[in-house]
Design a protein around this ligand. Structure first.
Ligand code: FUB
Length: 328
């Protein structure tokens, strides 16, 4: 793409992209999206229509520069443990190395999270031979904190299989909690120094309301569904995520990277298409929300396009709600 990037416009149009994880590496914005394929698959709650096979890395010298597609960075054929469905990835930098974290179904059809590494932020990435021991479900997001500790946040309902791990083991026919019970939270695990394993077993994050009561499973406007992202603003940790069935990006805050997090409000109102997925990054003193919608394909849920827009905080640290098409 040679045209300059524009807010709220597809970053690239020659391929379908989704689930953008944005980071500033080497002074540029690097975006790690899913790569949606141009095929017709039956849509269902299991997410079979999201049948992606590889990752491309995108970059921007600046928010009004042309977006560069660095080409294939990792393909499922090169990941020994993975069978299919390369879903939302994230990247991190530590040990002079760039790490790409990604979910995929293993040979038994169970979602696991893998890691691949590269000396360059644009890849190509070399995968580890096996998935991260003890990993499960989808949508890894990695925060490398100011003290150099790295945390992985992950988990997704329905096709992402989080309901099936409530006992700590995979139970294929497990259902989610009753509507009046606390919702399932995302998981967090500190990563080992080499970024290849979990230091401890993942723990569940609690998301509570202003009175300290857990958000309930039936509260679909606020409960966690998938797509976690954690960023820091003025010493506070912001956990943002998709509410899935109500199609919002919402957020909760905490003084502790492992929570509990207190629910605050909506960052992004629904976009065109069923899924919504985002990341938040600071670049040259401004904050940006990277997100996707299905506008490029005229609304096909599994053919999405990555976009960005500026994000603003109020004086009290709350985030101003973004209406992606200007409609309030
Ligand atoms: O792209 C496949 C899945 O759709 C992601 O893993 C979810 O977050 C949703 O965006």
């Amino acid at each position: 793409m040679t045209k300059p990037a524009q807010p709220n416009e597809p970053l690239v149009t020659h391929i379908y992209t989704a689930d953008p994880s944005a980071h500033v590496f080497e002074g540029k914005l690097y975006i790690y999206p899913s790569h949606d394929l141009d095929h017709e698959k039956q849509s269902n709650d299991n997410g079979d229509q999201y049948d992606m096979e590889d990752y491309h890395v995108l970059s921007l010298e600046d928010v009004n520069a042309p977006c560069i597609d660095h080409g294939e960075a990792l393909h499922v054929r090169d990941i020994p443990w993975a069978k299919q469905q390369l879903w939302a990835p994230d990247a991190a930098y530590k040990n002079n190395t760039y790490y790409l974290f990604f979910p995929a179904r293993d040979k038994a059809g169970i979602f696991r999270i893998g890691v691949a590494s590269s000396p360059s932020p644009s890849g190509p990435f070399t995968p580890q031979p096996d998935y991260i021991p003890g990993s499960f479900s989808i949508d890894p997001a990695v925060l490398v904190d100011e003290d150099d500790k790295a945390y992985m946040y992950f988990g997704g309902l329905w096709g992402g299989q989080l309901e099936k791990w409530q006992t700590g083991a995979f139970v294929p026919d497990a259902e989610g909690p009753a509507e009046s019970a606390p919702a399932l939270g995302p998981r967090v695990a500190e990563l080992s120094g080499d970024m290849l394993t979990f230091k401890q077993s993942p723990q569940e994050i609690s998301i509570v309301d202003e009175d300290g009561n857990p958000i309930l499973a039936g509260d679909e406007d606020r409960r966690y569904f998938e797509g976690p992202w954690v960023h820091k603003y003025k010493d506070e940790y912001y956990l943002s995520y998709s509410t899935g069935s109500t199609h919002r990006i919402v957020y909760a805050t905490s003084k502790d990277p492992k929570g509990p997090f207190v629910f605050k409000g909506t960052i992004l109102t629904p976009v065109i298409g069923w899924t919504t997925h985002h990341s938040i990054v600071q670049f040259n003193d401004k904050w940006y929300l990277f997100y996707h919608d299905s506008s490029l394909s005229g609304g096909a849920d599994n053919k999405r396009c990555v976009k960005f827009t500026e994000l603003a905080y109020n004086d009290d640290g709350t985030i101003q709600t973004i209406h992606p098409y200007g409609n309030k």
